[in-house]
Design a protein around this ligand. Structure first.
Ligand SMILES: Nc1nc2c(ncn2[C@@H]2O[C@H](COP(=O)(O)OP(=O)(O)OP(=O)(O)O)[C@@H](O)[C@H]2O)c(=O)[nH]1
Ligand SMILES: [Mg+2]
Length: 458
């Protein structure tokens, strides 16, 4: 990825009103911009200077703090200027417009989404996994997610990945040296304990993968969709899980028309609980309900977990058979028998070959803990106490691919020294996969995609 060094500026704080708001500029030589904005003033590096921000005609736009971070000791590695003013959308727009105007002769332009962080990456201030962690820390929806994003941002995740890369390189060098001296190939695997070294790398990779997979759960969360016939208590269950009256509950069949989503967290894992319109095929239903039911199926199609609700008093019906038959393959389904306060069942869970059955009462809040525990189990959550890395799907795919190449290398190593070159090749492929996590060998278009998902000003 080529580094565009033209100076950029953007509002760095969130849109809306706040106590303060920040306009940030970055570029190779911002001294000229500072001169244009504050004629005759010399900003001391990394010091806050209280100063009026003036329009070209001398009118004061705002008063605030100006801070100048000469490169390379800045977020982007270039010169950075931050203007901390009052956090109103209009005043910040005026300030940004003034900065763009003052920097016009320098070629200053509005920053693209993620461009500050992209420059930090290209100037080696951050590696790719850390840059991604910046966005993930900003987007974290639970404390646990924020903690692991911060862990990745500090470089802890990158460090363990680098360590794996180093170990792989060492082993590769050994093998490739041997390939150059074929007469010594014979005992290579024995003498160098190559198999033992490889086993060590694979084991370390397994550990990293586990921590990353758990961390990925914190980032991605799960979509949990409540489905069933009208009146079985879907909205009541949403409210029970959310601990608030989020959705309307009435004894009228067909109360919920549109989906209602509430994000809850269980042990720090974000779960998007989606309540839907009850499914029925009566002739008499109106057009609104029909559209609602179509949307229900749309949500089912995007579900990570389906909670299929039934009335424990009424038992299964032909309608429910049809509903089950239409569920997508491979998505875990929990069959929830609600209203046990009326049916006399005890709160319990029964894992039978056809399905997992859970007996609860949404209204009386009986058995809700069982459901929460089951959702955690389905999510694959394990309480480990070890620190987690807020990994992305991209990282997991790379780790998985690296593990497969190391496995293949292990298989070649089993066949004595016949296939040393293949052994070396698999190591190389594993190394490439690992390096893509921190961005050493990451294609430009992928970098473009990653940074374009950032917001402007980051
Ligand atoms: N006794 C008892 N009543 C319940 C329970 N859960 C829900 N109900 C009642 O069942 C009725 C329907 O509940 P809702 O939560 O609106 O049902 P729903 O599945 O969302 O219905 P639709 O939105 O119409 O599809 C309401 O009168 C609730 O009070 C329960 O556990 N026990
Ligand atoms: Mg409802």
């Amino acid at each position: 990825m080529k580094l565009d060094t033209s100076p950029i500026a953007a509002i760095a704080t969130a849109p809306g009103r706040g106590g303060i708001g920040v306009v940030r500029a970055s570029g190779k030589a911002l001294v000229a911009l500072i001169d244009a904005l504050f004629p005759g003033v010399k900003l001391a590096p990394r010091h806050a200077t209280y100063i009026p921000f003036k329009a070209a005609n001398g009118d004061v736009i705002d008063q605030g703090l100006a801070m100048y971070f000469p490169g390379p000791h800045s977020y982007t590695g270039e010169d950075v200027l931050e203007l901390h003013g009052h956090g109103g959308p209009v005043v910040l727009q005026m300030l940004l417009a003034r900065v763009l105007e003052a920097g016009g002769p320098l070629g200053l332009r509005l920053a693209e989404p993620g461009e500050f962080t992209r420059r930090a990456f290209l100037n080696d201030k951050l590696d790719l996994a850390q840059a991604e962690a910046v966005a993930d820390l900003i987007d974290a929806s639970t404390e646990a997610a924020a903690r692991s994003a911060s862990q990745s941002l500090s470089g802890a995740f990158s460090q363990v990945v680098h360590h794996l890369v180093d170990q792989t390189i060492n082993l590769r060098m050994l093998v490739e040296a041997t390939l150059d001296f074929p007469e010594e190939e014979i005992d290579f695997l024995e003498k160098s304990n190559a198999r033992g070294q490889l086993a060590g790398i694979i084991e370390a990779l397994e550990n990293v993968f586990r921590q990353a997979a758990q961390g990925a759960l914190l980032r991605e969360g799960l979509n949990v969709v409540l489905v069933g016939q009208p009146n079985v208590g879907k909205s009541s269950l949403l409210n029970a899980l959310a601990g608030a009256d989020v959705a309307i509950v009435t004894p009228i069949a067909g109360t919920t028309r549109d989906k209602v989503t509430e994000t809850i967290q269980i042990e720090g894992i974000p779960l998007n609980i989606i309540d839907t319109a009850g499914i029925r095929t009566d002739e008499g239903i109106d057009v609104v309900e029909r559209i609602g039911i179509e949307r229900t199926w749309g949500e089912v199609g995007k579900a990570d977990v389906i909670l299929h609700l039934l009335d424990a008093n009424l038992g299964p019906s032909a309608e429910d058979e049809k509903i089950v038959a239409a569920f997508p393959q491979g998505v875990p389904v929990v069959r929830i028998w609600n209203k046990i306060d009326l049916s006399g069942h005890k709160p319990s869970m029964d894992v039978s070959p056809d399905a997992t059955h859970l007996y609860l009462s949404a209204h009386e809040k009986l058995g809700i803990d069982l459901l929460r525990a089951e959702l955690l189990r389905i999510a694959g959550w394990q309480q480990t106490g070890e620190s987690l890395y807020l990994a992305r799907e991209r990282h997991l795919i790379a780790l998985r691919a690296a593990r497969e190449h190391l496995e293949l290398a292990r298989q070649h190593a089993m066949q004595d020294d016949q296939s040393l070159d293949l052994f070396a090749e698999e190591l190389r492929l594993a190394q490439d996969q690992l390096s893509s996590i921190t961005g050493q060998f990451t294609p430009d278009d992928l970098l473009g995609v990653i940074f374009s998902r950032f917001c402007i000003g980051k």
